[in-house]
Design a protein around this ligand. Sequence first.
Ligand code: URA
Ligand code: SF4
Length: 187
Amino acid sequence: MDPEQLKQCRDCTACPLADTRQNVVISRGNPEARLMLIGEAPGAKEDALGQPFVGRSGKTLDRLLQDVGFQLDRDLYICNAVKCRPPGNRRPKRGELSACRRWLDLQLAQVDPQVIVLAGATAVEAILGLKGGMTMLRGTWTTWQNRLVMPIFHPSYLLRHSPDAKGGPWDLTRHDLATVRRRLCER
Ligand code: URA
Ligand code: SF4
């Protein structure tokens, strides 16, 4: 976003989440990257610091991305479907997702990623319009608006499982991210 758009986004009051937020959480990473990762919405830490995925989920995500060889500041742009924290970390409501869509669309247009990773069911629903079924959807390529799309489990889901379980959600997510990395290396 250019400085004017950033200011408008930081001042946005298009939905009720504006009333309870500390910060509008826009993005981190490289706006020139070929890969964009979209999560759900900021949590407490993200709201306090104004950066996406910087709490426990974010640490998990960073670790997995690095495990498969991504360089965080260079290789991807990270954002969320909704830019302000929903109270108590509830899921964003449909009206909030649609109010915030203009910012996500702007990010998509400007970053123009070849590949999109959708972290969790909310991002999948926002972009693909598919409800639920992450166990079925994760790990499989789809295309959307001429871009390759890979759904993965949300990192907060991984945090409810052991990182050491063979073939468990951590392994599957590492596998999915490795698939994404391989594809980007080919292109
Ligand atoms: N969960 C998300 O979906 N996004 C964040 O930025 C943090 C946690
Ligand atoms: Fe605006 Fe999105 Fe924040 Fe709602 S969540 S106030 S639409 S930036």
